[in-house]
Design a protein. Structure first.
Length: 144
């Protein structure tokens, strides 16, 4: 299984004592998506997960429900807060960040669907499709 949350990140360099041109850059940042638990694994109690605000960058990204805590309809729910997460991960001042997609293979998507189905109440949805669309919009990109 393989999946990653893909973001477009803009950052600025402001080194001391020198000028750089250009000083603004755009790059792609991929955060590996944690493997969702299977129905038979322990720890599938309802609730929990990152609150998206108080957790550190690594803790927030390590929860399989990262998309629920950070995204809404395929957009970052709080881009200004996520800029600090991206800045910490990249070690530069991030000026803008946008979510592009969940890039995944079929096996990961199947596991994600199974886990979402086991926790529909956490997603306030009536179906897996509704839950995924509510948070990821149409930004799921399946690759071989």
């Amino acid at each position: 299984m393989n999946a990653a949350y893909v973001f477009t990140v803009e950052f600025r360099l402001e080194p001391d004592g020198v000028r750089v041109s250009p000083n603004r850059f755009e790059t792609t940042m991929e955060i590996p998506a944690p493997t969702p638990p299977t129905a038979s694994e322990s720890g599938l109690e309802s609730g929990g997960g990152s609150d998206g605000a108080s957790a550190g960058a690594d803790a927030a990204a390590s929860d399989w429900r990262f998309f629920r805590d950070r995204l809404w309809r395929g957009e970052l729910g709080a881009p200004e807060r996520f800029r600090s997460v991206a800045s910490d991960r990249l070690g530069v001042e991030v000026t803008a960040v946008t979510f592009r997609e969940l890039r995944t293979d079929e096996a990961y998507l199947d596991a994600l669907r199974e886990s979402v189905a086991a926790h529909l109440d956490d997603f306030r949805a009536e179906s897996v499709d509704e839950a995924l669309h509510k948070y990821l919009g149409s930004s799921i990109h399946v690759r071989d």
